[in-house]
Design a protein around this ligand. Structure first.
Ligand SMILES: C[S@@+](CC[C@H](N)C(=O)[O-])C[C@H]1O[C@@H](n2cnc3c(N)ncnc32)[C@H](O)[C@@H]1O
Length: 188
């Protein structure tokens, strides 16, 4: 099921009062307002995204809305001096991702930050990965173009970025994946 369809179903369930029942039990977790629900990227799509971005030695990879950390962990596993950072607003995801990175043996080269992705400082990134929604990609675009260095690669699972034409579109698993290269400042 596509992420857009899941969001529509959640919205319908919320208006029918079904989601409120689930929230009533979540006493251990602080409430969070998610711009997009948690749906993990399948592993073959993760591999395709990192290949499309050509993640290699020296890269600093940011996954905005990192879920269980799978993209961050896979990026750190690609080469010994790749650093990777995951940002998620949901503390449950940050706890899972941190534990997963420790289990995978890449805790030293990964970092997970509980934060709204719109508040994250992106200046050190050389690769940014996204699995959000079309509207969020478009909303994020000015921030990406403001903060990212020329040449930074942006890869998105499933969704394009409005009228910013991607440099490449590829297929991974059952998904389209998109690549953009951040242009020189004068050409943004
Ligand atoms: C579709 S999942 C993608 C997870 C992971 N990147 C992957 O591809 O497997 C989107 C994630 O974004 C997180 N999220 C939603 N709104 C957010 C926000 N404003 N700031 C940071 N994270 C957010 C959700 O908690 C969820 O884990």
């Amino acid at each position: 099921m596509s992420l857009v369809r899941i969001v529509r179903l959640l919205a319908a369930a919320a208006s029918a009062g079904l989601v409120a029942i689930a929230h009533a039990d979540a006493t251990l977790e602080p409430p969070v307002s998610l711009d997009v629900p948690y749906v993990p990227t399948p592993n073959e799509v993760v591999a395709g995204m990192l290949r499309l971005a050509d993640v290699k030695q020296g890269d600093v990879v940011y996954d905005l809305g990192c879920g269980d950390g799978r993209i961050v962990i896979a990026a750190a596993q690609r080469a010994t001096n790749v650093r990777a950072v995951g940002v998620d607003i949901d503390p449950r995801r940050i706890a899972e991702a941190t534990a997963n990175a420790r289990r995978a043996g890449v805790a030293e080269r990964t970092r997970f930050i509980r934060q709204d992705l719109f508040d994250t400082d992106l200046r050190e990134a050389s690769v940014v990965t996204l699995y959000l929604l079309p509207s969020l990609n478009v909303k994020l675009r000015p921030k990406l173009l403001e903060e990212l260095k020329p040449g930074t690669r942006i890869v998105s699972h499933g969704f394009d970025m409005g009228d910013w034409k991607p440099a490449r579109v590829a297929r991974a698993g059952n998904s389209d994946i998109y690549l953009w290269i951040v242009p020189e400042r004068g050409r943004r």
